[in-house]
Design a protein around this ligand. Structure first.
Ligand code: 5GP
Length: 127
């Protein structure tokens, strides 16, 4: 299940995203779950009592730029969301997954990530 450490073969790149730096343990984060090709961390500015970010260690800038070769890690992250929700105590009460693509959606970090939010109710349609 857990394979801690940097992305295999990754080279130092000064333009790395904040999430790459977290994956390489260059900056700290509260890691709640890890697999070989993705990480789950607590959001630094939570929008709900439970708010974590799931992201591939390899940079996919945003969901609309994902390629067929990315389907494996994207599927593994979605497939793991139930276990992560159980671990965080929101499986029964419910949780929301969000991916923001581009400015109208509110994307701020150009490294694909899935928000998993829970422990409060969420409006629909979303704001
Ligand atoms: P976006 O707006 O791109 O969908 O989401 C980016 C998220 O990353 C935001 O919820 C923001 O709070 C979170 N974030 C930004 N920088 C950091 C950081 O350094 N550490 C953690 N844990 N979360 C971060």
């Amino acid at each position: 299940m857990s394979t801690p450490g940097p992305v295999p073969g990754a080279k130092h790149n000064p333009a790395m995203t904040i999430f790459e730096k977290i994956a390489r343990r260059e900056i700290p984060a509260d890691i709640v779950y890890e697999e070989e090709d993705f990480l789950v961390i607590r959001d630094i500015n939570p929008q709900a009592p439970v708010h974590v970010l799931m992201f591939p260690k390899k940079v996919i800038p945003r969901v609309g730029e994902a390629e067929a070769a990315d389907a494996g890690v994207l599927g593994r992250m979605l497939a793991a969301s139930g276990a992560i929700a159980r671990k965080l105590g929101v499986y029964e009460s419910g949780y929301r997954l969000v991916i923001n693509h581009g400015p109208d959606a509110g994307e701020t970090v150009p490294h694909l990530h899935i928000h998993l939010l829970g422990k409060r109710s969420f409006a629909w349609p979303p704001g």
